[in-house]
Design a protein around this ligand. Sequence first.
Ligand SMILES: [Zn+2]
Length: 148
Amino acid sequence: MALEEKFKEVAENPFYSLAYTQFLREKRLMGSKCKKCGHTSVPPKPICDKCQRDEVELVEMKGNGKLVAYTVIGTGAPLMVEEGFDRAHPYCSGVVELEEGARILARILGVDVEKPEQIKIGAPVSVEYVEAEHGGEKKVFLAFRVLL
Ligand SMILES: [Zn+2]
């Protein structure tokens, strides 16, 4: 089977995206790990980003890592505005590199958004699950807290 066909088949397999959201609801962080080269991805991907093989397995991430990039957002996504974040109440969003190697974009907690210059790149972070209600439905969002 051609790679593109294979990719289409596995990309449309609801297993990966469903696994991620379902586990997130249970406050577990799932990713995929390539059986060939060990590359990890969060959320899980059916095809390895690095070697393009499809021999990946679903693995649970420990949730520890470091902050590699961040930004303080005043004009956020509608979802965040709904939670009360705006220009006067900004929030921090960042990229975390997990111990397992995968990088993921998430909300960053435990930082002073009024003093973004004090937020340290490389700071250790630990996963935290934020529960928020949207449209009458309780949802769990991925966040990381900076441990200082
Ligand atoms: Zn690989």
